[in-house]
Design a protein around this ligand. Sequence first.
Ligand SMILES: [Zn+2]
Length: 103
Amino acid sequence: MRKSEALALTALPRGSGCSLCGAPVRFSHTEYLGRGETLAVLRCSHCGAQFRGALRESAAADAETRRPSRRARERSLPDGGAPDNPVIDSATAEALRERFGGF
Ligand SMILES: [Zn+2]
């Protein structure tokens, strides 16, 4: 499908069915329009008519929305505080205590 064909498709309101037969439409594929613009193409599950879905102006912005937010990745510390650092073995820990005067 060419860009002009994709843009010529009828845009469906979000959540509505096929404007020809009323059957549910499903996501068909993503059409790349260039310069980071993508267009979701929807296809009717009954008659096969194609419609325009959401136009995304930037692939980068799309990736941004899919990436979990920084806040969501933060984990609260378990009860009792931070766990022991498993990377530092006891000998290294002892050497650090000696070097920094113990704590
Ligand atoms: Zn249809």
